[in-house]
Design a protein around this ligand. Structure first.
Ligand SMILES: [Zn+2]
Length: 263
């Protein structure tokens, strides 16, 4: 699933291609991908592209076009013959088409008056200056649930998904099922640094690509090669050599090192 670095990479890749362009028309190839009527986007200029958590908000001359890539979506721009798996396309005034390419077909597109109506419920943006270790400590101290589902909860913190939660917990030495309010201060500091570092490092290389994600910025999602636990079941831990284990926590496949991340 595209998480913060992948969605941000899409945003950065699209910016030079579509900002300043007018949306002339659109076509829906997979009906379920459009949640509400899109007629209002016609003949509107794309003023800027914003991201909050995993949501993309295209600021139009009036209102916002919202796209959520969900499981496996990405966005391409071009004039060449249409690729497979396009669920929605937007015709731009320079002859290009902006396309939601989504073989799993879970991606969603809709129109709203205000971006805030869509993203208002989200927790802090982990790479923003407003988010720091003090805030994270305060946020975690009141939570009694397990760490993995807590960090996946977009209302708690925005933009993290399965990959970056597993990687961040590994860097902090926190077991995925550990109760939040018992994690000591030193490891919350490591967690804060872990979250910021994995996201930043991943962004630098265009995110993580397995099969489904292709960046629009020409980067190829090379972060896959740097993952320390995610998708590395059975391989040795890069710190202690112990075999990386995969368990299920709240039905989510979860990777960790049983020696470095003790509960
Ligand atoms: Zn280890």
């Amino acid at each position: 699933m595209p998480e913060l670095p992948e969605v941000e990479s899409v945003r950065r890749g699209l910016e030079p291609l579509v900002v300043g362009r007018k949306i002339i028309d659109y076509e829906v190839f997979w009906r379920n991908s459009v949640e509400r009527d899109l007629e209002k986007i016609k003949n509107r200029e794309i003023k800027s592209i914003h991201r909050r958590g995993k949501y993309l908000g295209f600021k139009l001359s009036v209102g916002y076009l919202i796209i959520h890539l969900r499981m496996a979506g990405t966005i391409g721009v071009g004039t060449e013959e249409m690729k497979k798996y396009v669920t929605v396309k937007f015709n731009l005034d320079d002859g290009n088409e902006m396309r939601l390419i989504d073989y799993r077909k879970f991606g969603k597109v809709w129109f709203v008056d205000k971006f805030e109506d869509v993203v208002g419920h989200l927790g802090p943006e982990p790479l923003s200056k407003k988010f720091n270790v003090k805030i994270l400590k305060k946020m975690i101290s009141t939570k009694k649930g397990m760490m993995k589902p807590l960090l996946l909860n977009q209302r708690f913190i925005a933009g993290l998904g399965n990959i970056y939660v597993d990687e961040s917990l590994f860097r902090a030495g926190i077991h995925p099922t550990e109760k939040a309010n018992v994690v000591d201060s030193r490891r919350i500091e490591k967690l804060y640094n872990g979250i910021v570092n994995v996201l930043t490092e991943s962004l630098e290389v265009g995110g993580t690509t397995f099969i489904s994600f292709v960046g629009t910025d020409g980067k190829h999602g090379e972060y896959r090669k740097k993952l320390k636990v995610f998708n590395r079941k059975g391989e040795p831990c890069t710190i202690c050599g112990t075999e990386i284990k995969k368990i299920f926590v709240c039905q989510r496949g979860t990777h960790f090192c049983p020696s470095c991340q003790k509960n």
